[in-house]
Design a protein around this ligand. Structure first.
Ligand code: ATP
Ligand code: MG
Length: 203
């Protein structure tokens, strides 16, 4: 096993945070997979108590494959490993009920969002040149990623057109709720909400 001194130090670090900054192809993923393998096989950490988040599906797949080779498929399956969205979706399948919503939700992509917002614009009798679907979706997305609801938006943006956008935001969310659907931003938003309101779900 080829590992340099710094890699070894990082792999056997146990308590407290650790930040690794290293260039492309320098062995970061190697450190992470070895570290996870060490926690499970030597430190007796239960695989389901490990959370490993990646940005892309490709990175998640690579991590899973590498760890699986190292500690076997069974333990690897029990690690909470995936992209932000896949981990959030997995959590929400059990915890959405804490928000009074069903766990069998569907996930809406950009095409679904566009359809819904266009319906809302029509229903509100607004001009679709002034209120462009993609722009409204962007505003909704940005708000949700900052932790703001439609109500927050309406309180903070008081101009006529912003109030109309806030109303569209509200209609959009109501439609999603009625359709038992979440958009990608909802997934992160609801997980944050659940964890804030139910700190026991963190353990
Ligand atoms: N200390 C080492 N000595 C020799 N080879 C190593 C060492 N550490 C890692 N490698 C190998 O180098 C290659 C790149 O490692 P790894 O994928 O972990 O890097 P990375 O920093 O995650 O890369 P990326 O930036 O592409 O994500 C792999 O084939 C890995 O096995
Ligand atoms: Mg890597």
């Amino acid at each position: 096993m080829n590992l340099n001194e710094q890699q070894v130090e990082a792999i056997f670090h146990i308590n407290g945070p650790l930040l690794i900054l290293a260039g492309a192809g320098s062995g970061k993923t190697r450190v992470l997979t070895e570290r996870i393998a060490n926690l499970i096989s030597r430190e007796n950490v239960a695989p389901y108590n490990i959370l490993a988040v990646t940005f892309t599906n490709k990175a998640a797949k690579e991590m899973k494959e590498r760890i699986s080779k190292r500690i076997g498929e069974e333990d690897t399956k029990n690690i909470w490993m995936g992209t932000f969205h896949s981990i959030c979706s997995r959590m929400l399948r059990t915890d959405m009920v804490l928000l009074g919503r069903k766990s069998n939700f569907v996930i809406y992509d950009n095409a679904d969002q566009t359809k819904i917002i266009n319906d809302c614009i029509k229903q509100a009798n607004l001009d679709k040149e002034t209120y462009q679907a993609n722009k409204i979706i962007n505003i909704i997305s940005k708000s949700k990623s900052s932790g703001y609801t439609a109500e927050d938006y309406l309180k903070k943006h008081l101009s006529y057109s912003d109030q109309k956008i806030g109303e569209l935001f509200m209609m959009y969310d109501e439609t999603l709720k009625k359709n038992n659907a979440l958009d990608f931003d909802d997934m992160l938003f609801y997980v944050v909400k659940i964890l804030k309101e139910n700190p026991d779900r963190l353990s």
